[in-house]
Design a protein around this ligand. Structure first.
Ligand SMILES: Nc1nc2c(ncn2[C@@H]2O[C@H](COP(=O)(O)OP(=O)(O)O)[C@@H](O)[C@H]2O)c(=O)[nH]1
Ligand SMILES: Nc1ncnc2c1ncn2[C@@H]1O[C@H](COP(=O)(O)OP(=O)(O)O)[C@@H](O)[C@H]1O
Length: 217
């Protein structure tokens, strides 16, 4: 695991030399980047910032069995599917990875769109939980694995409470999971500390566009 400083990130240069290893597109040297981190660290916020400002980066739309929240659109934020449809996707081997998250609902990454984007040479980003990141590491070890960390534990709790989308009981459960997730930081190639959303997003974009980190070929 490497703690990347902004100056190191500046040096990430896309050589345009793609390879045919399945995780990098031929034309643009695009590679899959996986972003994970504890609940409420700001994964969704950083991903939204990238979606808005860097349209060249493709962000995977996950399938989920959870209900849509007000303002969420099918096909934009998630593919909201029934339990039966999720079962079918698993049985048909359509998911690159999937997991039950926060003991609440199932989430999974449709495989084909990811492979299509990488084949086109377009950089692709998955914003998924730790269990999913571990599965992708098994099947696509050449991907970039990026851990988004909070500036401190207290700030993580403040963000979770401040978001106001969970009950006190759900928050307790998420914080228990967060303790385990923070301990997994060392499994990742790079850590980005999400102090400022803009800076974290910019650092992540540099990584997404960079063909190599941590000595990966
Ligand atoms: N394994 C896996 N986790 C996912 C996927 N999509 C989203 N997640 C994770 O599911 C968790 C819950 O996401 P969400 O329902 O948007 O709630 P929130 O991020 O806590 O507001 C987050 O930790 C996401 O990273 C996916 O396709 N696979
Ligand atoms: N860098 C940051 N500084 C302050 N607040 C942040 C930052 N990043 C995210 N937040 C806030 O923290 C809360 C959790 O962010 P969210 O993106 O929902 O987390 P996650 O997707 O990791 O669960 C939200 O209220 C969001 O506005």
């Amino acid at each position: 695991m490497t703690e990347l400083m902004p100056t190191e990130l500046e040096t990430g240069v896309d050589t345009g030399n793609g390879s045919a290893d399945g995780t990098r597109g031929g034309a643009g040297g695009a590679r899959l980047t996986v972003l994970a981190g504890p609940t409420a660290v700001g994964k969704g916020t950083v991903a939204a910032q990238i979606r808005e400002n860097y349209p060249d980066i493709w962000i995977s739309v996950s399938a989920t069995t959870r209900k849509a929240r007000p303002g969420e659109e099918h096909g934009v934020h998630y593919l909201f599917v029934s339990d039966e449809e999720f079962d079918r996707m698993i049985a048909a081997d359509e998911l690159l990875e999937w997991a039950v998250v926060h003991k609440a609902a199932r989430y999974g990454t449709p495989r084909q769109p990811v492979l299509d984007k990488l084949a086109e040479g377009r950089p692709a980003l998955l914003e998924i939980d730790l269990q999913g990141a571990r599965q992708v590491r098994e099947t696509m070890p050449e991907a970039h694995f990026v851990f988004l960390a909070p500036p401190s534990w207290d700030e993580l709790v403040r963000r979770l409470v401040g978001r106001g989308t969970e009950t006190a009981e759900e928050r307790e459960r998420r914080l228990e999971t967060a303790t385990l997730e923070l301990a997994a930081e060392k499994e990742f190639d790079v850590t980005i500390v999400n102090a400022s959303v803009r800076e974290a997003a910019d650092q992540l974009v540099k990584l997404i566009r960079s063909p190599n980190i941590s000595g990966k070929s």
